[in-house]
Design a protein. Structure first.
Length: 199
């Protein structure tokens, strides 16, 4: 799906003020030259671009080779790798922060839970994780996203927060909103952003 969408995805979601505010929060918390992992890095903008521009060492991982090619071209100051994050071996306490913006929704609940726990272990104690999702109680639902069919799974707001907390992350702040992507025929969708600290 994301091979097909390419830059259209960035155009549809890149103007989210809440996403940019989340990045501003993360930037305010990071030490100089921090190591940051961007999970589901997409086109590299705005997340990796903002972090790299601030002097941080960014590794973006995305399962779509098209997205990785676009991101490598658009954000030369960051490193991008085409891989399935579920199979990537991450060292414990190896990152100052991890970003997980809307990159869990095509995974099962079990996979999401296992991945967030593993990503939490990859963050240094006192480090940070920024997450965003669509807080809807839905499992394996067939939907049409930007004209593309996809199977989506998510948690309700309370269950998502509980999953994050169980991964030894403390939620410092959360923001909810309804966002309409800049794409013809796109419907408004609920967004949940969590800003967390690694216990």
């Amino acid at each position: 799906m994301f091979d097909v969408l390419g830059l259209a995805y960035e155009k549809a979601f890149g103007a989210s003020e809440t996403h940019r505010a989340s990045l501003a929060w993360l930037l305010s918390e990071l030490p100089p030259e921090a190591r940051v992992l961007d999970v589901g890095s997409g086109t590299g903008r705005p997340t990796a671009a903002a972090l790299a521009a601030a002097g941080h060492q960014v590794l973006g991982i995305d399962v779509s080779p098209v997205m990785v090619e676009i991101a490598t071209r658009q954000v030369p100051g960051a490193e991008f790798r085409c891989a399935d994050i579920r199979t990537v071996v991450l060292g414990d306490e190896s990152y100052d922060a991890v970003c997980v913006y809307f990159s869990l929704l095509q995974m099962s609940r079990e996979e999401q839970t296992r991945l967030v726990a593993g990503l939490s272990r990859a963050v240094k104690p006192g480090g940070h994780m920024a997450l965003a999702t669509i807080p809807v109680d839905a499992e394996g639902v067939e939907v049409v996203f930007m004209d593309q069919p996809v199977r989506a799974t998510s948690f309700s707001r309370d269950d998502f927060v509980a999953m994050v907390t169980d991964a030894h992350l403390t939620v410092q702040s959360e923001h909810t909103l309804v966002f309409t992507p800049a794409h013809p025929g796109a419907a408004a969708e609920p967004h949940l952003f969590l800003h967390c600290r690694r216990d």
